[in-house]
Design a protein around this ligand. Sequence first.
Ligand SMILES: [Zn+2]
Ligand SMILES: [Zn+2]
Length: 401
Amino acid sequence: MTHADSQTKWHLDDRQLQRLVEIRHDLHAHPEVGYEEHRTSKAIQAELTDAGVEHVAGLAGGTGVLAWIPGTSTGPAIGLRADIDALPIEEATGLPWASTHPGQMHACGHDGHTTVLLGAARALAEEATAGTLERPVVMVFQPAEEGGGGGERMVQDGCLDGRVAPFSVEKMFGLHGWPGLDAGIVGTKDGPLLAASDRFEIIIEGEGCHAAWPHSGRDPIVAAAATVAGLQTIVSRNVDPLDAAVVSVTVLESGSAFNVIPMSARLGGTARSLRAEIQDLIEARITAVAESIASAHDCKATVRYNRGYPVTENHPDATNRFREIARAEVGADRLVEIDRPAMGGEDFAYYGQVVPACFFLLGQRPTGEATMPELHSPRYDFNDSTIETGVRLFRRLAMEA
Ligand SMILES: [Zn+2]
Ligand SMILES: [Zn+2]
């Protein structure tokens, strides 16, 4: 790595960049889904060892790795996070480094996030050796972002509070490759960036009977139909019109014969929100609406509401610091304000519940192209030309945030 005459001119040299691209392609070719990232975890540990970075493995159920680098001061530390898991998707990129694991793929670019953090780890280890790293740095390589809640388990295992590393974390930063932004552009926003994403299931029990004698039973299908309609009133009548929320019924199952009223019906769906109060409201209203409507039809509803990830909420202090560093490191013209949150979910949210945090988006769209495959597409591939921007931002955040 090159130590240039000023901070803004620091960059990876060609050899180091080539090494990171090789790491990224190796991870991409060997994707592993949540909590099964054993090879990935070993590759991360090997690279950290080679860079002389202390670390502990076996976290969050086995595959999580926490690394740290002491600074010239005793702390607290700046935290950096990468997610390391892949998705159960059959890859269709046809690239030389395409997945060699059938049915598994790095379709969310976590191979890129892991590579960027490994690059920052090596750069920061060199700064520490030179005596130019002031604050300690804690680096979280977490498993199972894609629905498994690996971030929550890393927090529970003590990765931020000094139980694993000898430092507690004061501020946390993470990034996600973003196909909607050009390569070289970075973006963020204050407050909610990604949504809380929950699941619900409603079982409506009635009493089956002959369809020609409906009065002799209790029809769960009519109750289910009324419930689907009733659930539409939560966003339209209960949520403040200036708040964003989604309640989508995506499963509706019942019956199998044209002349039989069945015993039960099943509904399922997802609820998304951007504030904890709205999440609470939606959960309470889904339960009340489903139980009351079933009761009005002489049926019984049982509601299971499973909370997924909380809202990924950017803290203004961490976000302002990110903006200052991004302006200095990549240029004010390459930093954009994201105007609206996306209703997808991210388990980076769990770190932000413990310490001030900022999640930012690293543009991926190749220069001159109008579009690129979206996240979770079987054709998605993290853009190698953006590795250096990610490393530079993580390095400088650790040194100056
Ligand atoms: Zn994803
Ligand atoms: Zn992702």
